[in-house]
Ligand binder design. Structure first.
Ligand SMILES: [Zn+2]
Length: 372
């Protein structure tokens, strides 16, 4: 913030907090809560850090190597030079007198990328510091001495690539993928839309990899929301099942759920149940004669949420779209959907303006996608 030192200090502090948040190795929710002055005593168990089981190891020797390199280089070089020095790089960039030092090359057994992580971690832990200028230089801190003298143990984070390599890669069925693509082309021609609007290539690959055998399994494939499930699910599923029975294959969905993908988190089944329960609840109340406003107030939810719940039943044909949207509003929403597609709601809302709610837009989309 040029010419505003006070504001600059505040912004730099915020940047620093953000960097800390990014490099965090403890529960992120706990950090956020503390940031907003609220206490959160335990780990949340559901953020990426809590779910990833970070493995620590005794990194004292690594820390000692790094710190003594910084000391030997008289605290005058940045991390790239220090790391090249530690790894015994033959590059001309390393000064001849430095190549004579005992510390030169003591860290050759550690991968360059890992060294960058370790140095960053040592800075975060306060055993090293990086100067503030354009070309940051690594310096020792008041905590460095104890490490160098062997009085202080240092715990470092194990390289995550080790764990990633252990993951089993499930190959996809190439022949099935071709058949799925052909089916998608047919669907697209019939619906007069481009194929990617039916489902994406990534979704087809997921299907050809994990071979879903039921609607419930198909629901777990990214790209299959309620609308697409009702509209296309049965046909895709039929093709996958036929291919599997011809080739003696079974569903591999279990392998998919074991994959550490955030979207499916730890309990996909229950959250799905909850969303269908809450929809049904709204629908029952609506059928008992209550208005959207009444239901929203009684359930402590927003009116648009209730409208979203109800729009699902427009899709299944249990409700008429006119119960949610006034007839004169339908053409404008339909126009917008036909021009912009229904993949994202916010552009539609932007085009339609304040007079149209998300719930109304969803209801019309459901109506347009209703299974015939
Ligand atoms: Zn957490």
């Amino acid at each position: 913030m040029e010419g505003n030192e006070e504001q600059t200090t505040i912004m730099l502090k915020k940047l620093d907090d953000m960097v800390k948040f990014a490099q965090l190795q403890t529960c992120r929710r706990q950090y956020l809560m503390q940031y907003f002055d609220e206490s959160f005593p335990d780990s949340c168990g559901s953020c990426d850090v809590c779910l990833s089981e970070i493995k620590k190891f005794d990194g004292t020797l690594i820390a000692q190597k790094a710190l003594s390199a910084v000391a030997r280089l008289k605290e005058s070089f940045g991390n790239t030079y220090v790391i090249d020095f530690l790894r015994g790089s033959k590059r001309e960039k390393i000064r001849e007198e430095h190549k004579q030092l005992k510390t030169y090359g003591v860290g050759a057994d550690i991968h360059r990328a890992d060294w960058f992580r370790y140095i960053r971690e040592l800075v975060t832990l306060g055993y090293l510091q990086a100067t503030d200028n354009e070309y940051p230089v690594l310096k020792l801190t008041e905590k460095s001495d104890a490490v160098l003298k062997g009085q202080q143990k240092v715990e470092l984070t194990a390289s995550q690539t080790m764990g990633e390599r252990e993951q089993v890669i499930v190959p996809f069925e190439a022949a099935l993928l071709n058949e799925l693509k052909l089916l998608r082309t047919d669907m697209a021609t019939n619906a007069n839309v481009p194929p990617y609007l039916i489902v994406s290539d990534a979704t087809l690959v997921e299907m050809a990899t994990y071979l879903p055998h039921s609607m419930d399994e198909l629901r777990l494939i990214p790209g299959f929301g309620d609308i697409k499930l009702v509209r296309y699910g049965r046909d895709f599923l039929g093709l996958v099942k036929k291919y599997c029975s011809n080739n003696g294959l079974e569903s591999r969905m279990k392998k998919r759920i074991d994959k550490p993908i955030r979207k499916t988190s730890s309990k996909p089944a229950t959250s799905k149940h909850r969303s269908s329960d809450t929809r049904t609840e709204s629908f029952k109340m609506y059928r008992s004669g209550k208005s959207v406003k009444d239901i929203a107030a009684e359930r402590g939810l927003a009116s648009t949420t209730i409208e979203s719940h109800l729009s699902y039943f427009v899709l299944t044909g249990e409700m008429d779209v006119l119960e949610i949207v006034k007839e004169e509003k339908i053409p404008a929403i339909k126009d917008a959907v036909e021009s912009y597609g229904f993949e994202k709601l916010s552009p539609l809302k932007e085009v339609l303006g304040e007079d149209y709610s998300y719930g109304e837009i969803k209801a019309v989309i459901s109506w347009m996608n209703k299974a015939v």
